[in-house]
Design a protein. Structure first.
Length: 172
């Protein structure tokens, strides 16, 4: 599925993923580590709660323990698949952002249609040296973002996109 932000569908390059010479960049491996750490901490807390409840209510507590283990395994698989699905590629006129596990999405964001680009990093991301670049266009469905970039790379991308956006928007 191709989603085009700030552009008509005729301008989109649906074959962007197979374009020769296109260099796809993926999130930093530290994002995978951060997401796994978050799941493990959550699972440990849930296992502790389930273990305590199993001491007082054996059958429901054991069911809860089993549910936590199944949820943990599913979360680990989902994290790996989501991490592998993210990517971005810079082209001459636009930025491609791919994502999605079940529904694959390819967003084409023309540089001239970007209104602003920001870098977001919560406390855990800052601790791990990561940031997310968010792209905003006039389109209502503008949710293109590139997560898990090292802070310096996120700032470089933000500055480059802002510069390209200003130069391309000058003709509008």
């Amino acid at each position: 599925m191709t989603e085009v932000l700030g552009s008509s569908a005729g301008e989109a390059h649906a074959s962007g993923a197979a374009e020769p010479g296109l260099q796809w960049r993926t999130p930093d491996r530290r994002l995978l580590g951060l997401r796994r750490w978050q799941v493990r901490v959550s699972a440990a807390l849930l296992l502790a709660g389930s273990g305590i409840s199993a001491a007082f209510f054996p059958v429901p507590g054991l069911i809860a323990l089993g549910a936590v283990v199944v949820a943990y395994v599913c979360a680990e698989v989902t994290i790996l698949r989501r991490f592998g699905a993210w990517g971005y590629a810079e082209r001459a006129e636009d930025l491609l952002v791919r994502r999605g596990v079940l529904v694959r999405r390819l967003s084409v964001v023309p540089y001239g249609r970007m209104q602003f680009v920001d870098v977001v990093a919560g406390p855990l991301e800052r601790r791990w040296g990561l940031a997310t670049v968010r792209l905003h266009t006039a389109a209502a469905a503008s949710d293109a973002r590139v997560p898990g970039l090292p802070t310096a790379e996120a700032e470089r991308l933000r500055d480059r996109l802002a510069m390209l956006g200003e130069s391309r928007a000058a003709g509008l």
